[in-house]
Design a protein around this ligand. Structure first.
Ligand code: HEM
Length: 414
């Protein structure tokens, strides 16, 4: 498998065997994940971002917290505790109950890792005056502010910390969350949470979102070329960022509600024009044989409308320049890539009984401005009437925990 970032590999034969090219030789998950999957915890970068490679686990939780401790020593204690629990939960083994609890018991007496990854990010508020960290804030890290069509609920925005938990099955995720609360619950308080899922392949290729389209396809632009993940995703010198951020990345979460009743009422051909790809196959509207075929923009915007989703998100894909006659993107934009790793959600109806379902949009990028520029362009997209962003936040996903002696945020705190 050629994958520029696959230093970590799965331990667990079934998944490795399942990473067989179904579409134009791309490695994709074909078989059902097994509970024994281990995504190694230690590494230069955290897992749960580009790993497991190309096949994010099917269940995901994004949980934001405010820390309740008030000095640097206690904060360090929190990060050490989170590290110890994440190291154990992601590797599995005989369940070791917490000192004051018998453990959830949800996974039986031996904890199965189930492909679990736990990814920790920090929000701008952690760099206020509580811990003396103001001078160490990642340069672009700010609280998320509303874009043109947002209807943000303050109760579901921001946070000192973000925990992203992903696994093959819900019980492994819930066990992990219970365990983390049992050990670290006295040091932080959950602020909001969104639970999501990713579909299996229907019937093949990249999983579909709740609009029915294959989603996250374009990630392969980053994995196809060696070094591109490093160029676009991981912070590394030379950079204006503080040295401690090396190996980390900016993470954006946006809770985006879909108006599925309206979406389902418009013809498929119109939906395809709105996205820029065919619904059933994922093939770009400009043509091709499969979802990984190159996206090429026509200068007149007749095939790929100027304000379709993919064209506005990435006006200039590799090998295809945007047109000077494009009214939506006045200036030349270099190829821009973010690493999308979103989950779908469906939760209790709102007070009026309307379905609350959509996208727990998640992306990672070396510079936060890559995302904000993109989101500003998308304010003019044809998808706008069918979606409403309601929450989320900006975080900095910490560098990886490198070995048994290391812990989350060590380079930030020491
Ligand atoms: C929340 C609702 C959204 C939905 C339903 C959605 C759906 C899709 C779909 C179906 C594709 C085409 C397949 C693919 O390449 O994955 C796509 C592509 C893409 N989306 Fe989104 N997306 C959403 C939000 C966003 C946001 C908020 C951003 C960033 C600000 C974004 C950035 C992109 C990018 C960069 C591409 C690839 C463009 C390319 O290089 O071809 N999307 N999206």
């Amino acid at each position: 498998m050629s994958y520029s970032c696959s230093r970590r590999t799965f331990v667990g034969g079934t998944l490795a065997a399942g990473l067989v090219g179904a579409v134009s030789g791309k490695p994709v998950r074909e078989s059902s994940p097994i509970a024994g999957d281990v995504v190694p915890f230690h590494g230069e970068h955290q897992s749960g971002i580009t790993e497991p490679p190309l096949a994010p686990q099917q269940q995901g939780i994004f949980a934001a917290y405010d820390v309740t401790v008030d000095n640097r020593g206690e904060l360090t204690n929190l990060f050490r505790t989170l590290t110890e629990r994440a190291r154990f939960l992601t590797s599995g083994g005989p369940a070791r109950p917490a000192p004051h609890s018998s453990g959830s018991g949800l996974l039986g007496s031996t904890l199965v890792p189930d492909g679990l990854t736990i990814t920790v990010g920090v929000g701008a508020s952690l760099f206020d005056n509580r811990f003396g960290l103001a001078g160490r804030k990642p340069v672009e890290l700010v609280p998320m502010t509303a874009f043109a069509h947002d209807d943000l609920s303050p109760a579901e925005c921001h946070g000192d910390l973000l925990l992203q938990l992903c696994a093959n099955h819900d019980d492994a995720l819930i066990n992990a969350l219970i365990d983390i609360h049992s050990h670290a619950g006295a040091l932080m308080r959950q602020r909001w949470r969104i639970d999501g899922f990713r579909s299996p392949q229907r019937p093949s290729g990249t999983p579909r979102d709740l609009l029915g389209f294959h989603d996250d396809v374009a990630n392969h632009f980053l994995t196809d070329v060696k070094g591109r993940i490093n160029e676009f995703i991981w912070v590394h010198p030379p950079s204006p960022e503080p040295a401690w951020t090396t190996g980390g990345t900016y993470q954006v979460i946006r809770i985006v509600r879909f108006h599925l009743d309206q979406w389902d009422r418009i013809p498929v051909a119109q939906q395809e024009k709105i996205i820029g790809r065919h619904k059933v196959t994922g093939v770009p509207l400009n043509g091709g044989t499969n979802e990984n075929s190159p996206v090429v923009y026509d200068p007149q915007g007749e095939v790929m409308p100027f304000n379709c989703h993919v064209r506005l998100a990435n006006p200039q894909t590799v090998g295809s320049r945007f047109s000077a006659s494009n009214p939506y993107v006045p200036d030349k934009v270099p190829p821009v890539h973010i690493w999308r790793r979103s989950y779908q959600y469906m939760r209790a109806p709102d007070v009026d009984g309307r379905m609350d379902a959509g996208h727990a949009f998640c992306c990672f990028q070396r510079e936060l401005s890559t995302y904000t520029d993109m989101q500003q362009r998308l304010e003019k997209e044809m998808l706008v009437p069918f979606i409403t962003p309601t929450g989320g936040g900006y975080f900095f996903a910490l560098p990886g925990v490198t070995d048994d002696h290391d812990y989350y945020a060590r380079t930030l705190l020491t």
